[in-house]
Structure formats: C-alpha cells, structure tokens
Design a protein around this ligand. Structure first.
Ligand code: SF4
Ligand code: SF4
Length: 170
C-alpha cells in the first residue's frame, strides 16, 4: 500500500517523541560513570617512593620518572605522563604499592596542541620542599646522635671519676 513505509516511520518518530528520553544534554548534564572508569591520571607526589614499578608495568612507556639522591634518600624530581600513548589499562595503578598514581573520571582529555597532551605532575617547588625536609631531618638526626654520643662520653667520664674516687678512698 502506498504510504505504508511513511506511516511506519511516523509511528516510530511519534513513539520516540513521547517516550522516555535516552539522551542527556551534555555537557550541562552528565551520566554517572562506573566506579572503575579510567579517565585523566592523577599523581600524588607525597605518596610516591620512586620505586619505578609503574614505569616497568606500563606496556606503552607512557611514564618517565625522574629521581635524585639526597642524604642517601631517593627524591622524585619528575613524573612525566605522556597521555597520548596511554591505553588506560590501569596496570600502573595496580603495580603502585602506595596508590601514588590513580585515575579520575575526567574524560575530557582533548587539547588543541599535541605538545600539551603530556602531563608533568611534579613541580619544582615540591622537589625543593622535599629536599629541604630530608636535609632538615638528616641534620636533626645528626644533632641527636651527636648529643647522645656526648651524653655517653659524659656518663663514662663520671663513672670513671666515681671509680677513681672509690679506689682512692679505700
Ligand atoms: S594506564 Fe596502562 S598504558 Fe596508561 S600509563 Fe598506566 S600502564 Fe601505561
Ligand atoms: S609505582 Fe607508585 S610509588 Fe612507585 S614510582 Fe610509580 S607512582 Fe611512585
């Protein structure tokens, strides 16, 4: 029959028009994301122990870790995440023993410039503060050790004096 297809189409259109909406007005409205969604990475400088496990776990060489040694302690000086090669597989997060690398639910990762896709998480200020903290702790430890050594020497001298006095009095 002529117009049968048209009526069929109109039926679907009208049904959809009055039916339950299955779209949302993005970006004003957003659908809830699953808990295990992997979006933009996040790095927590104070938790990182510079163990390199995330770097070794990554199949795409996305992460570059920079380290330095201060007072025999490893300091993270850089954590570069080349996001354009990331598979969002989560292997780095899984490998990290300190939860220092995690993933947010931010999926808007596009940029206008390819050179800005990579993220350098570590700021020079954080490195400077960490080095200061380590040096301060080392200085305090050295001072405490020196004070303990001096106290020990003083105690030994006092014991010697007392022994000599006892022997002299006997
Ligand atoms: S999510 Fe996967 S590909 Fe991306 S940095 Fe981590 S291990 Fe590498
Ligand atoms: S695995 Fe975790 S703690 Fe180790 S270097 Fe990577 S982010 Fe830091």
């Amino acid at each position: 029959m002529f117009g049968k297809g048209l009526l069929k189409g109109l039926k679907i259109t009208i049904g959809r028009f009055f039916g339950k909406k299955s779209t949302v007005q993005y970006p004003e409205k957003r659908l809830p994301l699953p808990d295990r969604f992997y979006g933009k990475p996040d790095f927590h400088y104070d938790k990182c122990i510079a163990c390199n496990l995330c770097v070794n776990a990554c199949p795409n060489k996305v992460i570059t870790l920079g380290t330095d040694t201060v007072e025999k302690k490893k300091v993270v000086t850089g954590y570069h995440f080349d996001q354009q090669y990331c598979l969002f597989c989560g292997l780095c997060e899984e490998a990290c023993p300190k939860d220092a690398i995690t993933f947010t639910d931010d999926f808007e990762l596009t940029t206008y410039d390819r050179n800005t896709i990579g993220i350098e998480f570590v700021k020079q200020e954080q490195v400077d503060n960490k080095i200061k903290e380590i040096k301060q702790a080392a200085a305090e430890k050295a001072a405490a050790e020196k004070a303990a050594a001096e106290t020990k020497v003083q105690t030994e001298n006092t014991d010697k004096e007392q022994t000599t006095n006892k022997e002299g009095g006997a």
